[in-house]
Design a protein around this ligand. Structure first.
Ligand SMILES: Cc1cc2nc3c(=O)[nH]c(=O)nc-3n(C[C@H](O)[C@H](O)[C@H](O)COP(=O)(O)O)c2cc1C
Ligand code: SF4
Ligand code: SF4
Length: 261
């Protein structure tokens, strides 16, 4: 079983490639959390994987909460791996994730980071087309190596690009982000909205509701996956003052994926 969380498709694309290579099933963490679906049984020899984005040099809170709540039934000693996708570097994301797993009595055999296009348009401009193409090319190669390491069952094997100042970024900046930057208040919708309802359907927190043809954010905080703002086909969703001039990023796989697939 491979559990994934993804706002704009990078982590989903990586999880799908690994699931196909390993012959494992995929499960969306956002949907499992909304359904309170935590009890799962692993078959004999089934591998257990987690794929998710890096948010402020840490795993998304929804992901660590999910693994703490997981109720797994298995026999033997399943192989456990994790892959975090990031725009540049992961800091101590994998260490934090490992601790969350350990709280549930589970131990990671291997952990990897995978650099992919950056979707954090609330803070930065999107990568250029050239940068996106270069990242995809490198990520394809890295993912093949990750798949091979998992197929071979390598244990105590970690390949994570922590980047500079990982201690400060993950230890100091990350908790501040968790407390302050997940607020929905700065979201607003412009007259460009065509009332398609996509934002409501794809919100990983389930906190967008279409009211009189326009999206309304019904909670004060959300997972901050940035699916709504990046995937709106009319570029009608904005966050604060800076996003109007910025581009949008969606992995090609999310252009064709059916909602709920
Ligand atoms: C709220 C937020 C915080 C982010 N923080 C980081 C970060 O600390 N380091 C990094 O390299 N990328 C960061 N990113 C970029 C994403 O980790 C990256 O684009 C990821 O592949 C997106 O995955 P997804 O398409 O599966 O949602 C951040 C993105 C978001 C939305
Ligand atoms: S996705 Fe964009 S266009 Fe569609 S309803 Fe939401 S804001 Fe409007
Ligand atoms: S409101 Fe937007 S950013 Fe927040 S969880 Fe929903 S889709 Fe993601």
């Amino acid at each position: 079983m491979i559990y994934y969380f993804s706002g704009t498709g990078n982590s989903y694309a990586a999880a799908k490639t690994l699931a196909e290579g390993l012959g494992e099933d995929l499960m969306d963490i956002a949907i499992a959390v909304q359904d309170e679906n935590y009890a799962h049984t692993l078959a004999e020899g089934e591998k257990l994987g987690f794929v998710f984005p890096v948010y402020a040099w840490a795993p998304p809170k929804v992901v660590t909460d999910f693994v703490k709540n997981l109720e797994l039934y298995y026999s033997g000693d399943p192989y456990i791996f994790a892959v975090c996708t990031c725009g540049a570097s992961a800091g101590k994301t994998m260490d934090t994730f490992e601790k969350a797993l350990e709280e549930n009595g589970l131990a990671l055999d291997s952990g990897f980071s995978l650099v992919m296009p950056d979707n954090c348009i609330t803070l930065f401009e999107v990568d250029s087309d050239e940068e996106v193409a270069e990242k995809f090319e490198k990520a394809d190669k890295t993912l093949k190596n990750i798949l091979r390491a998992i197929q071979l069952g390598w244990s105590d094997f970690f390949r994570v690009k922590k980047g500079k100042f990982s201690g400060i970024l993950s230890g100091v900046v990350s908790p501040v982000f968790a407390m302050s930057a997940m607020k929905t208040k700065p979201f607003y919708v412009t007259d460009a909205c065509i009332s398609c309802g996509l934002c409501e359907q794809i919100c990983t927190s389930g906190c967008i509701e279409m009211t009189t043809g326009r999206p309304v954010w019904t909670e004060d905080t959300c997972h901050m996956c940035l699916a709504c703002i990046n995937r709106c086909p009319a570029k009608a969703i904005q966050y604060g003052k800076k996003t109007e001039k910025r581009g949008r990023y969606v992995h090609p796989i999310y252009q064709t994926k059916e909602i709920g697939e």
